[in-house]
Design a binder for this molecule. Sequence first.
Ligand SMILES: Cc1cc2nc3c(=O)[nH]c(=O)nc-3n(C[C@H](O)[C@H](O)[C@H](O)COP(=O)(O)OP(=O)(O)OC[C@H]3O[C@@H](n4cnc5c(N)ncnc54)[C@H](O)[C@@H]3O)c2cc1C
Length: 388
Amino acid sequence: MSVDQELHLPLMTLSEEEDLFRKTVREFAEEQIKPRVMDMDREAKIPREVIDQLFGLGVMGIEIPADYGGAESSFFMSILAIEELARVDPAVATCVDVQNTLVNNALVRWLNPDQKAKFFPRLATDTVGAYALSESASGSDAFALQTRARLDGDTFVLNGRKMWTTNGGEAGLYLLFANADPDKGYKGITAFMVERDMPGFSVGKKEDKLGIRASSTCELILEDVRVPRSQVVGEIGKGYKVAVETLNEGRIGIGAQMIGLAQGAFQCALAYAKERAQFGHAIADFQAVQFELAELATEIEAGRLMVYNTARLKENGQPFAHTAAMTKYFCSQVGERVASRALEIFGGVGFTKEYPAEKYYRDAKIGKIYEGTSNMQLKTIAANLLRS
Ligand SMILES: Cc1cc2nc3c(=O)[nH]c(=O)nc-3n(C[C@H](O)[C@H](O)[C@H](O)COP(=O)(O)OP(=O)(O)OC[C@H]3O[C@@H](n4cnc5c(N)ncnc54)[C@H](O)[C@@H]3O)c2cc1C
């Protein structure tokens, strides 16, 4: 196929490799994750054996080069993995999303060869990663972070507290942001690789959440944690760049998660509508229910196109930050709307834990909050529009 022909392929077209990968992840999710979803939700925990299975499947190191034990695959593959896992369990998808789109993705670009040799074999084979930017007083205003890094010889001494760290409970490595020169404002922010067993580092409170309950969300405590200068990610004072770039990419991952979630909720509702009878008919025979299903399917289709298009733009090295913000903004709405309306198709049982609808509904809410709230996405979109 010529390059010209490729450029005109429909957005949903997958390469043979992508299609096979998607099928493999889908099968894994259906066979291995589905039977455990409600237990994991109830216990608010992804068991270690499930995490080991994710590593075994190769979805925890999708973009890590093969020399370090990774799959050396593409960003688009990460998007497919997140979407497929979220169809079955958005909480497991969150774990994989953070590992690939926030941690590994940043490190592929910013680590030097020595650092890659040190950290990638772990992240590709058995070590969960986490991304620690937010703090109690700095969420949307992330660069107002208060964690400090003081240089002492060849070591930075880190003090502060991080909040809301996804994978915080399971992680062995943390891509963590601290300010090494507060006088310079956000230009003092520096990214570090912090290891869980470093003296002075501890994992604090784990949040008890509405949705994605099995995904851990934790406080991190840093008390005179000595991080060697050799574990600075990128340049000193350029952490803000690492953070911004990563979050732009991460937003596509959240779009994929919300579309996978919407697809999962939709499929359950479709099956139920065909099977549930009232007034002597399957409820799917009523035009009102049919139109509801048609609207939901249309929204999912539109959202998926945005996710795939933005992921392809990123992969082709084209500007994508604007559409990434739009994608996250729109797909988180789709996730919430579809999950809510799918629950209503179930009627009363949709409101119980006997059926999966209520979990999708709870899980959907986070899409509008993390990796930049909906208002922050609108702020980005509007700023781009006004600049042009
Ligand atoms: C389950 C979960 C997992 C998370 N995982 C991570 C993680 O792994 N790593 C990490 O670093 N962080 C993580 N976070 C943090 C998350 O990114 C923040 O919660 C989010 O960015 C919002 O910050 P905040 O909670 O401080 O809300 P605030 O910033 O206080 O916002 C509160 C409200 O004010 C609005 N608002 C704020 N500023 C403006 C403005 N200028 N204009 C208009 N409206 C505004 C917001 O839109 C929102 O509605 C996670 C959070 C949750 C809940």
